[in-house]
Each structure stands twice: as structure tokens, then as C-alpha cells.
Design a protein around this ligand. Structure first.
Ligand code: ZN
Length: 360
């Protein structure tokens, strides 16, 4: 992919955000969905990528799910933030119903196949009617650089060749741009200003990790991983931390198989780095051997998980890391440079993949 094409892509994204005219926040959700689904899809994104509208709808549900409760937990439904300068965005009302019917956890809603499918279809209809054609209308008319409206068929859009690859290269950047604008939009809705107040952390509310859920993940992980630290394999006599194996800052999502238990010191040592190949190997092996058991545990407590997506995200994160010359974290202050060998971890699905030697 040429540098000129990459610059043009970023310019176009910026134009959509600057000049596109939108009443609701759907534009932001749609852009984020396209970026995320480019990462979670197979391949390197060089080819055209077909994305079913229902996949986009499921993403909308995930993004808006935590935002459809009152901003201050002790207030009633009048404390729910407006996602539109007009009436409340209709998708939010749809999700409010789904939340009420299924108890508040997105995984529980997903398990209720009938209600989930119904909500997905309704959200998909709204996406098709609104943001899908509006997204690429900027001052001066349509600029169809992501997908062509005319190509819409079988309820799918097709990202033009190379677009998914750009989203994979600049995922972090696009996400920060989109979320920054999304926050701004919610803040500028007049009726929201009284709800939010001056000091509140709106970003954590809208896009943060669910801290309460981490305890539930910890219990399930303990069953599989035992009481030793995932990274140093030493006993943990204190309450272990629940670590995002692919760091939250790289890809902000809470999915069960991405978590490991670690000493606070090991967690702090790793920070936002990619873990060394030895850790990656162990993570991959654990999920291969115990993935189903873990899924059952997550399901029983209503925690989100999707092993296939977790693996796709990890592959993307390491490919991206290799591209930009990232260092990984092994232990203490050892940060080996990432090289192509991470691919071997995923290349072999067999149980016989040798454990890389520990050299410290
Ligand atoms: Zn440790």
C-alpha cells in the first residue's frame, strides 16, 4: 500500500468527521464498526472486504450498550445521555428495551437468541436507513471512498480494496479520532450538560472497561489457570490482577479469553506492551486446550467472550507490531524486539508445537 494512498485515506476520514453532517452519533459508531470489523476479519485487508449489515448492527449494540444506562447510577431514566440533537436516537430506545428484558448484561442478551436476533434486525434497518448512506456525504456531495452505495447487496456492504488494510494499519488513530468526536458531540447536546456536570469522566462512562466484571473473569480464570502468575509462573499470594493480554490501549474490548491472571508487578511491567512470544505461545495453548471450559464458565456468569475474535485481534496486534518494529515484554526490564516468529504460534494448530526455550 503506497504512502500516498495512506495519507489520502486519513485525509478522507478527517473530512468525514469534520464536514459530514449528522444529528445522531451513529456516524461515529459506524466508522468504529468498520475499523473494528477490518481488524476482526480474516486476512490482511488488501482485498475488498464484505461486511454483513448484521455484523455492523451487533457492533452498534456492543458500543451503545453501556451508554444506555443513566450517567449517574442513582438517577432514573431521565439521566440517560441523549445521542442526538433531536429526539433520542432510536437505536438507544431499542437497546433500552433489550436491556430491561434481559437483565443488563450484553452476554445475557446475546444468549436470548430470539430477542437478540430481533434487536439486531431492527438496528440493521436503522443503520441502512440512516448512517450507511449518510456517512460518506460531506460538504459538496458524496465521496464514496470506503464503500459504494450502489454495491450494496444481500444486506452487505463491500469495503473497497485496500480500505480494510488501512483500517488495520491506523486502527488506534482512527479510534481515537472517532471517540474524541463522539464525546464532543454528546457533550454539546444541551440536555446532557446538566446530567454530566463539570468534573465527570464521560470517557470512562462511554468507552471504559467494566471494572465490576473483572471479578467475574477472575473467578473463571482461576479455575483454569490456577494460582500461579501467567507471566512468571510464580505463586500469587495476593489477589491477582486481571490483565488484558492484548492491552486495552491497543484494542479496547473485554472478551474472556483475552484475560490472564498476573502479579500486580508483572502486570505493571508489561504495561501496554505486547507480550513476548513465549507468553503468546502459552496464551494460545491455554485457549486451545481450555477454551471451551472457559467459555462455559463465562456463559454461566454472563461474561462476554468470543475465542475466534480474540485470536483474530491477537493476530492483528502482532502483525501490526511487527510492521512498526514493536518491542515485546518478557520479564523485568527485558523487552525483546518482535520478529516474524510470532506467526509460528498461529501457523500450527497442533498440540505438538514446541515450547520455545526460556532464556533469561
Ligand atoms: Zn508474576
Amino acid at each position: 500500500m503506497s504512502a500516498a494512498a495512506e495519507v489520502q485515506f486519513l485525509r478522507n476520514i478527517q473530512r468525514l468527521l469534520d464536514e459530514g453532517d449528522f444529528v445522531a452519533t451513529y456516524k461515529f459508531a459506524l466508522l468504529q464498526a468498520l475499523a473494528d470489523l477490518s481488524v476482526e476479519g480474516a486476512g490482511d485487508g488488501q482485498d475488498a472486504l464484505v461486511i454483513p449489515l448484521e455484523r455492523i448492527a451487533e457492533k452498534f449494540i456492543e458500543y451503545y450498550w453501556p451508554q444506555v444506562v443513566p450517567f449517574r447510577p442513582d438517577s432514573d431514566s431521565t439521566g440517560i445521555l441523549q445521542q442526538s440533537t433531536g429526539q433520542q436516537a432510536s437505536i438507544l430506545n431499542e437497546l433500552l428495551q433489550l436491556r430491561l428484558a434481559t437483565g443488563g448484561k450484553v452476554q445475557r442478551a446475546r444468549q436470548n437468541t430470539l430477542l437478540w436476533r430481533r434487536a439486531v434486525r431492527k438496528v440493521a434497518v436503522t443503520i441502512r436507513a440512516m448512517p450507511l448512506w449518510k456517512l460518506q456525504v460531506v460538504a459538496g456531495g458524496p465521496e464514496e471512498f470506503l464503500y459504494r452505495q450502489a454495491d450494496f447487496k444481500d444486506e452487505s456492504i463491500t469495503l473497497l480494496p485496500g480500505i480494510a488494510s488501512h483500517f488495520r494499519s491506523f486502527h488506534g488513530l482512527v479510534l481515537r479520532l472517532v471517540r474524541g468526536r463522539w464525546l464532543e458531540r454528546v457533550r454539546t447536546v444541551k440536555s446532557n450538560q446538566a446530567i454530566i456536570g463539570a468534573e465527570a469522566d464521560l470517557e470512562a462512562f462511554m468507552f471504559g472497561t467494566d471494572r465490576k466484571a473483572l471479578n467475574g473473569f477472575r473467578e473463571v480464570l482461576r479455575e483454569v489457570d490456577g494460582l500461579n502468575c501467567f507471566y512468571c509462573n510464580r505463586h500469587m499470594s495476593i489477589v491477582p490482577e486481571v490483565d488484558h493480554f492484548i492491552a486495552w490501549s491497543r484494542y479496547p474490548i473485554d472478551l474472556g479469553h483475552n484475560f490472564v491472571l498476573a502479579h500486580p508487578s508483572c502486570n505493571n511491567g508489561k504495561r501496554d506492551f505486547l507480550a513476548d512470544l513465549r507468553h503468546l505461545h502459552r496464551w494460545s495453548t491455554r485457549n486451545r486446550q481450555h477454551g471451551v471450559t472457559m467459555a462455559t464458565g463465562f456463559d454461566s456468569t454472563g461474561l462476554p467472550h468470543d475465542l475466534e475474535r480474540s485470536i483474530a485481534i491477537a493476530k492483528w496486534a502482532y502483525a501490526h507490531g511487527e510492521d512498526i518494529g514493536a518491542h515485546t515484554w518478557l520479564t523485568g526490564d527485558q523487552f525483546p524486539k518482535l520478529d516474524h516468529r510470532w506467526r509460528n504460534v498461529f501457523a500450527s494448530a497442533s498440540e505438538t508445537l514446541p515450547e520455545p526455550p526460556y532464556t533469561q
